[in-house]
Design a protein around this ligand. Structure first.
Ligand code: TEU
Length: 545
């Protein structure tokens, strides 16, 4: 396939409110991010995906945008944003903006106008009906809110303060394209497109995801904003199958560079209660899903690789071990992901193996999704008890990812001098960046090494473009695969369990490339009798003989 610069890039996601506060107001901000650019350069990343920093009433932490071309004062000013873009460039880092195009905030001037009267010129920027239908909001309850002034219902797939834009109206597409092009002119490197698979919806047919107008709209946007520019774009697509992912990311079709698929990320969710009641982790299932996505493209699509984001729990707590083996299992998970084909994404704090949090009191959480789900499942339907729901919160709530970044062991982990908007995970005295930078064997340096490997003259082609083949598909504890490019073959093998495992592979080792345990290479060089310690992960170059 034709090489693209972003095939070899590694992306780091920043959730601005929780990253670094320079002003002391308890919210992270742009100047805080600027101060940490040397840290990110040291890690070796190429791009920052910046979660929304636009003007917002923060009902959904910035995913409710009141002005796409203004920075929220909590985060700083447009001048700060320009400084961030330019300073990041000096550190060889590009900025990807987060585009929330399915909906705006109800404070956006378009909506403020639209709700004035039925004949307001902005009325058709949103979706209005006399009668609601059965569609429900992702954040619980009906997707319709009655407006008393104009006596119609407006449609919202998320919070009622997030009205959906009407993409049937060509004016919406034009205004959005102008706004996106304006950001391109500001010098950004690309975009992440929030819930983009919802913009082609056909409400009256009950279709929200993957509607018939989706791909034509994206091709139009590509033509207007992205074509012939060195931009990277990634769509958030909860409903993508491999076939659908090709529609977005096949280079011939000129839509997006890649999409986030979520098949692996929801693999342990309950059929009815979803993430609020997780099922036991099943490695065989995970391997099958990952392998399917690794082998489905063959040049007509591209993967985005991720374990974490701001909506998902911390991976070390989820599928690793956040107790005794916290660091070792975090390195294992990193190795497994960064050994695959695609563009890897690291979520802030993942590189120091930050963990999920457990607040006793529901009031200590902030997320609207938690509050609305509690209201629906515990208070109204009583389908989950308070206790059951809290277990769900501990394992899956989005706030697990959103507690402030742990920089050091001073007050509030060095995140803020003020009162943090969301409490910190009390384990920051132990788990923090300063501590990780001090120890050569920390998770941080393991990520640094993985990133360097993907860029090394020796292995980059195999790690970036090599074919993927799963080994030991039925083994319940060991995840092993081979990447092959021309004559070179790399083996990644990992024991995803607390027990020692012994395996036998009919392969021979040329050299140990990476091992998450300090060990003499000789000890692990016989693949016909390989003993793997708990959560051990090794990358080998295989001999061609
Ligand atoms: O997320 C899309 C989305 O569907 C999530 O709400 C997801 O279903 C949920 O988190 C899984 O538990 C995007 C953003 O990433 C999220 O932060 C926003 O809240 C949402 O869109 C609305 O903009």
């Amino acid at each position: 396939m034709e090489k693209q610069w972003w095939h070899s890039a590694v992306v780091y996601q920043i959730y601005p409110r929780s990253f670094c506060d320079s002003s002391g107001d308890g919210n992270g901000d742009l100047r805080g991010i600027i101060s940490k650019l040397p840290y990110l350069e040291k890690l070796g990343i190429d791009l920052i995906w910046l979660s929304p920093v636009y003007l917002s009433p923060m009902k959904d932490n910035g995913y409710d945008i009141a002005d796409y071309q203004a920075i929220d004062p909590r985060f700083g000013s447009m001048a700060d944003m320009q400084t961030l873009i330019h300073t990041a460039k000096q550190h060889n880092i590009g900025i990807m903006m987060d585009l929330v195009l399915n909906h705006t905030s109800d404070q956006h001037q378009w909506f403020q106008q639209a709700k004035q009267s039925r004949d307001n010129p902005y009325r058709d920027y949103y979706i209005w009906r006399d009668q609601p239908n059965q569609i429900r909001s992702v954040f619980s309850g009906p997707a319709w809110q009655f407006d008393n002034t104009t006596k119609q219902y407006y449609f919202h797939l998320f919070a009622d303060a997030q009205p959906d834009l009407n993409w049937e109206n060509p004016k919406v597409a034009t205004e959005i394209q102008q706004m996106v092009s304006w950001w391109v002119e500001q010098g950004v490197a690309g975009f992440r497109l929030d819930v983009i698979d919802l913009i082609g919806k056909q409400i009256d047919q009950g279709i929200t995801e993957n509607g018939p107008r989706l791909h034509p709209l994206l091709q139009q946007m590509h033509q207007a904003c992205f074509a012939n520019k060195p931009l990277v774009t990634v769509g958030e697509t909860w409903g993508a199958t491999p076939e659908i992912a090709k529609l977005y990311s096949n280079p011939q079709r000129q839509e997006l560079s890649m999409v986030f698929q979520f098949e692996h990320a929801s693999i342990d969710w309950h059929p009815t209660h979803g993430k609020w009641q997780v099922q036991p982790f099943n490695l065989i299932k995970l391997k099958a899903v990952m392998s399917k996505w690794q082998t489905c493209f063959d040049g007509d699509g591209w993967n985005a690789l991720f374990w974490n984001n701001h909506d998902l729990p911390r991976i070390v707590s989820r599928w690793g071990n956040d107790g005794q083996y916290r660091e070792r299992s975090a390195k294992l998970l990193a190795t497994l992901l960064h050994g695959m084909q695609g563009t890897p994404y690291i979520y802030q704090g993942e590189e120091i193996a930050m963990t999920n949090v457990r607040f006793e009191d529901l009031d200590d959480y902030d997320d609207i999704e938690i509050k609305n789900s509690y209201q629906e499942k515990v208070l109204e339907q009583q389908s989950l008890s308070h206790q059951q729901f809290m277990q769900g919160v501990y394992s899956s709530a989005r706030d697990n990812a959103r507690t402030p970044m742990q920089w050091g062991n001073s007050v509030n982990a060095g995140f803020t001098q003020g009162k943090p908007w969301l409490a910190l995970n009390p384990n920051y005295s132990d788990i923090n960046v300063a501590n990780a930078l001090d120890r050569k064997d920390s998770v941080f340096y393991h990520y640094q090494e993985l990133i360097a490997l993907r860029k090394s003259a020796e292995y980059s082609d195999t790690l970036i473009y090599g074919d993927f083949a799963l080994l030991l598909a039925e083994h319940p504890q060991v995840f092993a695969y081979v990447r092959q490019h021309q004559q070179q073959r790399l083996l990644v093998v990992a024991n995803v369990s607390e027990q020692e495992q012994q395996i036998r592979l009919n392969l021979s080792v040329e050299k140990v490339v990476l091992n998450n345990l300090q060990q003499n290479d000789e000890l692990v060089s016989d693949l016909e009798a390989l003993r793997l310690a708990p959560y051990q992960a090794i990358v080998y170059a295989l001999s061609t003989r």
